[in-house]
Write a protein that binds this ligand. Sequence first.
Ligand SMILES: Cc1ncc(COP(=O)(O)O)c(C=O)c1O
Length: 440
Amino acid sequence: MRIPEHGIGSEQVLEDIRALQVEDADWKSGHTWSLVYHASEEHTDLLKDAYGTLFSENGLNPIAFPSLRRFEAEVVKMTATMLNGDEAVAGTMTSGGTESLLMAVKTYRDWGRAVLGVQHPNMILPRTAHAAFGKAAHYFDVEPVWIDVADDLRADVAAMRDAITPETVLLVGSAPNYPHGMIDPIEDLGALAAETGIGMHVDGCLGGFLLPWVERLGYPIPPFDFRVPGVTSMSADVHKYGYAAKGASTVLYRTAALRRYQFHVTTGWPGGIYASPSMAGTRPGGAIAAAWAALRSMGEDGYLAIAEQIMAAARRLIDGVAAIDGLRVLGNPPASVFAFESDSDDVDIYAVGDSLENMGWHMDRQVAPASLHVMVTSPAHGEVADQFLADLEAAVDHVRANPAASQLGQAALYGMMTTLPDPTMVDEVVLQMLDGLYST
Ligand SMILES: Cc1ncc(COP(=O)(O)O)c(C=O)c1O
């Protein structure tokens, strides 16, 4: 395939784009439980306008674009205030949760070298911390020490304490974690970090823009933010429950001195003095402007109102799933994210997932334990909750009546992958899949 010899008219190109979308996951109707956070059409129109207004500007050089510098500084400040940070808290925006976590790990690696004199740093994480920490470990050569979670599916603080070595630079907790929606015991982790003099990052990528409002609505949420002594940094994604355009997250540090280890400067380069706060060079001005627009236009009352809808739908779903014979909700998830497994030998949970897919739901599968994942991300989910529960019950009945279902489709693939004796075999299968995905 090559670039067309003669350019195609814009109308035709747009028509082609829309035609190619037909098989994409249907998120507008609430049939997708991840990937898209949608407040309303009206809000999305504002994001597009704000994004479009700064579409061409480049956050690489905030001196050239003072508006972007100001938007970024204010997004960071508003986020820090929301998370109960004091005046000293300092941060940057990044392109997303993954980049925020990459930056945090890089920061503690360099801080550990400079302040603790650690040459081969490790970090200690609950098994449920986001996979992006594994990526950060890989990229930055920080050894990840993954610790099994306790029976309640929250970080096992005693086991994490036992894993600390003189080379440990960082403890990680999530609020909440992606796989099960559980909030780790942040107060205990903060105390442990303070006692041992190491860093403690709270991954609030998912919950950072939701939990503050959920707490204010009166739901029981344990302290998870800068109020907790010992928490030295946090990440919170504006492009998730902040309802910004994609490409917007924040990473915040207790002090500007700690943030310093995130920055990179190349001097003596013929191209000039090159200073960069994060991974990217060129940074889309649109994403920064849209994040600012999202916070300003939603306001605290807007976030509270949407959090109320999200929580009502999540509670309805969690209670509804728990009431279905043959299914069990994992742990006791306090907010909008949860997973469920089978508690019956004749219900293969992956086959249930396939059956739901056949009914038009886009489902995410998980392993250890085998489960299906649900995130309530949009008010539209409240409107489809009852339909989902009815379809889920029908899917369970279907799987019970058709035991062969677990030998078909994704159920067979996941079933096979989870039983392979050697995990590197799974890596190889997935690498082959990746090769295939990025071919035309
Ligand atoms: C807890 C948590 N951390 C980090 C991330 C990574 O965020 P992103 O996909 O924006 O890179 C996610 C994504 O779902 C998440 O749930």
